[in-house]
Design a protein around this ligand. Structure first.
Ligand SMILES: [Zn+2]
Length: 223
């Protein structure tokens, strides 16, 4: 029997790199994409292309756009503007309240349904925006929680959350992805969600810096 993994796939650079890593590790990939009312909804379309590229058995897209009703983030509330990159260590307004906890909870449920033993999430605690739910201690704690919360956890006790980019810089992630032939031309990162990437929001800046430091050219169009 082949081993299966659920990949939380946004259509961005990090989660797409996780697809490449999971494939290399011999997992049959079950990508899971959330439509959470994000301003950059465009990424859901890119996630579909990434899933098709990897010829996965199934690509699950779950509509949780009701997160917009909770609001509190520039990504889910159109009245809050997406700021330009500042390099500040404060948690920025693009933080979506408890997003990764919500995503991982749903991924754990899906992992149980498809019989996956691992969940991949593309968080990094190196070149990131200071989001609390990207920290390794959160991932550790959540692993314990989902094993307590699921039938799979009781039976096997070893549902794993894998965050292989956790200690990699953006440049190291990109280097790894290039080695794994990750289709970066299909990914999108811009928070503003326009036709072309803006090049100035947090997400664009970190991505562009990463490609530059990796000595590679970002294949996607910028404004
Ligand atoms: Zn941008």
């Amino acid at each position: 029997m082949t081993k299966k993994a659920v990949i939380i796939l946004s259509g961005g650079l990090d989660s797409t790199t996780c697809m490449g890593i999971a494939e290399r590790e011999g997992y049959t990939c079950y990508p899971l994409t959330f439509d959470y009312g994000q301003r950059h909804k465009h990424e859901v379309e890119q996630a579909k292309k990434v899933a098709a590229h990897y010829e996965v058995p199934q690509h699950k897209i779950v509509d949780i756009a009701f997160l917009g009703q909770i609001g509190g983030s520039a990504l889910t509330d159109s009245s809050i503007e997406v700021p330009d990159y500042t390099g500040s260590k404060e948690v920025p307004v693009t933080y979506v309240p408890a997003r990764n906890m919500i995503f991982l909870s749903l991924a754990a449920a899906y992992a149980e349904v498809v019989g996956a033993e691992a969940i991949y999430i593309g968080v990094s605690s190196v070149d990131y925006s200071g989001y609390p739910d990207c920290r390794p201690e959160f991932i550790r704690s959540m692993t314990e929680t989902i094993n307590l919360a699921t039938q799979a956890g009781i039976k096997e006790g070893n549902l794993k959350i894998l965050a292989p980019l956790s200690h990699l810089s953006k440049a190291q992630t990109i280097q790894l992805g290039i080695d794994l032939n990750v289709p970066y031309h299909l990914t999108t990162s811009c928070y503003r969600g326009g036709e072309s990437a803006c090049g100035t929001c947090d997400s664009c800046k970190l991505r562009l810096q990463g490609f530059e430091q990796a000595g590679a050219k970002d294949p996607i169009p910028y404004m």
